[in-house]
Ligand binder design. Sequence first.
Ligand code: FES
Length: 255
Amino acid sequence: MARLTILEHREIADNMRWLAFEAPHDLQYEPGQFLHIRVTDGVDHLLRRPISLCRVDGGRNALVVAYRVGGKGTKLLAAKNVGDTLDVLGPLGKGFPLHDEDRHAILVGGGIGVPPMVELADQLTQRGVQVTTIVGFQSKNVSILIDELTRYGEVLVATNDGSLGLQGFVTDYMTDELLASADRFYACGPTPMLRAVQARMTGRVEGYLSLEERMGCGIGACMACVTSCVLPDGSVGFKKVCKDGPVFPAPEVYF
Ligand code: FES
C-alpha cells in the first residue's frame, strides 16, 4: 500500500478521465494488472475501486490509469486534484502473459477495457511483436486512447452508432485472413464482447480474456469477485478475478 501523489488528472472524453500518479521507485508490474484505489468522502467508508493500469511512463516516473466516472466512488475520485494523494494498492492480480515466440498479436478493447491495451501494446512492440488493435465504443464521444494506441500499429475502430469508424462490433473486423496472421489475442471489455471474442477465436487463435468484475478486497480475501471457470478436468468451478485473474486463458473462462 502506498499514498501516491496525483501528477495529472484530466478529462479525455465524456465522463472518461486520465489520472497519472507518481510511480513508486521499485515498481514491479505487468500489463493487465489493476490498481485498487481507495476513495472516501470522509463520512462513508467507501470500498476501493479497481482500475486497470493503462501505462507506466518511465520517462516521467508516472503510473497512469483511465477510468469512467459513473457511481459515487468514481465521482469522488474525479474531484481529486493534482498534488492530492490517494491510498493505492497494487499493481494487483495476474496480467497478460507475453510469449517470446510471437510475431503478431491482436489486441481487443471495448469501452473501459481499452486502457490496459496501451501498456500491453508498448511491451509487445518493444519485443518486436507486430500489434493490430481493435477497439469498440458506444459512440465517438466516449472513445478514448486511439492516438496513444496508433503509436504501436494499426488501430481498427468500431462504434455501435457508427459515429466513428465502422458501425458494428469489434468482431466485425475479425476476418479469417486477420486471424490466420495472428499468433495470439488479448481482450478486455464488457462480458458480451468477451463472449463474442471467445467464440470467434476458439480453435483459431490462442489468447487471453481480462474480466471486469465488481470487487471488494482486491487481494483474494472476501469472495466478492468470484466467477465461473472451466477447471483442468473440464468441470466448471470458481475462481477469484482479483487474485487468479483478472487475466485468464480464454478457454478457462465460462460464460
Ligand atoms: Fe475480495 Fe476478490 S475482491 S476475493
